[in-house]
Design a protein. Sequence first.
Length: 130
Amino acid sequence: MPGWRSKQKSACGFRTGEENKSALDFYLRQGEMMNAIFRTAQAGSLESGDVLVTVAPAPPGSSTAIEIESIVLNQYGEAIRRTIAAVLAEEGVGPVCVKVNDRGALDFAIRARTLAALARAGAGRKEDMA
């Protein structure tokens, strides 16, 4: 996992601090009514049969990105991507960057970890903040 916890930006654009604040300000100015992610957060573990889901605000002007690393990527990569996308759609969250490090988790665990990461990231409707 090349530096996704460090200050380097990954392909998904994970950032910290002032960059997150400026991204949030951009989306608030745009008047989008999607749920907003305010900070980087994660849920889960790297244990066998589990998944580690990390979410972060997307760079201003970009779309949702899902980055998957999995021991079963060839067999279940698209199913994992569909599950994450479904959770994001159900919660109305976007744009957001999602990094998934899967160790053979079942669908319900992927959904639960994604929801927990979104909650920890402060997912909330922007009209609730104003």
